[in-house]
Design a protein. Structure first.
Length: 261
């Protein structure tokens, strides 16, 4: 789904298309977030790799390992501890990124938790966790980053959502509900920030990305090979949206493969 009549600024993978920019990627210790962080860095952006995962846990990947891989590849990255459900933690993480890199031009709000169980079998704590991370977390990082992007004269905010928002024929679950609310937040925010030259868009995979989080929380669903999308497609799509401001694409919901085909 797209809205409006904006034109995509054509920064689709040429070397250095994000030179001089600073990106804050929330939920970047693994999966889609880590892939996007690496893709932005490869295009010249300095990247704050933000997540709770400072130490190895049940799932592979930490902010330190992702930042180290970017730096070893010639990019610039800073690991930043960030719990998106805590306003204090988010504010400290954003302040650390600004102190290190001088500002923020790009936000990728990717932190998320997955719960696909039917509503009648959903524990309240799982419902609340999806809302806390997938919706309130997007609100908190966005709230903290807006003043920094405004100070830079414009930039790009991107919320990572899901094609499941549109799949109403498949029933309901806490994950899709929380992501739908995040989309509404960003679609409305685009109008509010147009005067500040800030693009605000949502980005979701066109198909399923089998991340570590999906493998752990996908309820054992078997995904046919033709429905699987490589995470690199999200990285390329994020680069294109990261290059936007309010004179380009804003106020839209984009699917990864539609941006990279």
């Amino acid at each position: 789904m797209t809205t409006g009549h904006e034109t995509l600024v054509d920064r689709d993978g040429t070397a250095g298309s994000l030179d001089g920019k600073v990106a804050f990627v929330a939920g970047a210790s693994r999966g889609i977030g880590a892939t996007i962080a690496a893709a932005l860095a490869a295009e010249g952006a300095a990247v704050a790799v933000a997540a709770r995962s400072e130490q190895p846990g049940k799932l592979p990947g930490t902010i330190g390992s992702v930042a180290a891989a970017i730096n070893e590849s010639g990019g610039r990255a800073l690991p930043v501890a960030c719990d998106v459900t805590s306003e204090e933690s988010v504010n400290k993480a954003v302040a650390s990124a600004v102190s290190q890199f001088g500002g923020i031009d790009i936000l990728v709000a990717n932190a998320g938790v997955l719960w696909l169980g039917p509503i009648e079998n959903t524990p309240l704590k799982r419902w609340q966790l999806c809302l806390d991370v997938n919706l309130t977390g997007v609100f908190l990082v966005t709230k903290a980053v807006i003043p920094e992007v405004r100070r830079r004269g414009g930039g790009s905010l991107i919320a990572i959502t899901t094609t499941g928002v549109d799949m109403v024929e498949h029933g309901s679950n806490a994950y899709w509900v929380s992501k739908a609310a995040a989309e509404r937040l960003y679609l409305g925010l685009a109008a509010d920030l147009r005067k500040d030259n800030i693009a605000v868009n949502c980005l979701s995979p066109s198909r399923v990305v089998l991340t570590e989080g999906w493998q752990a929380g996908g309820s054992g669903l078997q995904i046919p090979p033709q429905m699987v999308e490589p995470p690199e497609a999200m990285g390329r799509a994020a680069v294109r949206l990261a290059g936007q401001d309010a004179n380009g694409v804003t106020g839209t919901v984009q699917r990864s493969e539609a941006l990279t085909c």
